[in-house]
Design a protein around this ligand. Sequence first.
Ligand SMILES: *Cc1c(COP(=O)(O)O)cnc(C)c1O
Length: 233
Amino acid sequence: MDTGASPDLAERLAGVAGRVADAARSAGRSPGDITTIVVTKFHPVSLIRELAELGVTNFGESRHQEAQAKVAELAGTDFASVGATWHFIGQLQSKKARHVREYADVIHAVDRESLVASLGGAGRPVDVFLQVNLTDDPDRGGAQPHDVQGLAARIQSTPGLHLKGLMTVAPLGEEPRRAFATVRALSETLRRDIPEASALSMGMSGDFEEAIAEGATHLRIGTAITGNRPTLG
Ligand SMILES: *Cc1c(COP(=O)(O)O)cnc(C)c1O
């Protein structure tokens, strides 16, 4: 098929897909059980269109105003036929939560009760991931491991929210596979209470193979597919 997408982009996308499939098979998993979300933050809408032409349907954004503007710009164009799933992967302020819920299908960084309260309620149901912080730096976002069970129960009992599972970002300067193994163990504990909360959003450009080895179901991959992000944004 002749698309307007750049050959480099097509090559990088195919390269990552091949690595995902190899990592899945090495872990005895089916590549079809893994969703690759292409993170398009800072990039223009034209890149999102190119990715859609190449068959991408899952897009990740991390800043509310930017994401809202992009979704609005693409609505009502032929992009709508793609049936895209929008993932909001960034830190989220409670006061913006309702707005993000208007366009996001999945919210990945739910990490505190005040945010759960702001997100809940009437309207289109939204899938959420509970973010786990594996550092002791609260600025990195995420709930501490010992708060996971309580927060998960709170999400489960909040109308309008559906808990898909856990999300994490591997801490800098640590072996990522160990971090992912920690979250996998937390997920096993969580599933005793909430069996359907079985998804794991973990793995970025630099560590998605390690994440797949530890059971990741949702990869959030930016630069390995898009190339470097523009510095202005
Ligand atoms: C930007 C971002 C990513 C993608 O990072 P890359 O290293 O470009 O793959 C993944 N997850 C989160 C939360 C991000 O903010």
